[in-house]
Design a protein. Structure first.
Length: 95
């Protein structure tokens, strides 16, 4: 059973084993996270949510897949963070 992590916790439980997640207070971690989110926004416009894979994302962001998984063990968490972080250009007006 997989247990989802809270966005800002530093320890996750996956299959009953704890592992460390990146510390969001660390500027280097924040920079990596921002780079991954920016790459995810670009890929979403090209591939849509179904085509957003961690392999493509890692390649585009210049990180390893392991780095992406450490920040977001579940893709749903990544998509939620994309929504919560918003877009630099804002969202288009409906209609």
């Amino acid at each position: 059973m997989i247990h989802e992590c809270e966005v800002h916790h530093t320890t996750c439980m996956v299959y009953g084993m704890g592992y460390r997640t990146p510390d969001p207070a660390n500027p280097r971690v924040r920079s990596t996270r921002d780079r991954i989110l920016a790459a995810a926004r670009e890929l979403l416009t090209e591939t849509g949510p179904a085509g957003l894979t961690y392999s493509l994302l890692a390649d585009r962001a210049g990180v390893t897949r392991q780095t992406v998984y450490r920040h977001w063990p579940a893709r749903s968490g990544l998509l939620v963070d994309l929504i919560l972080e918003g877009s630099a250009g804002g969202y288009p007006e409906p209609g």
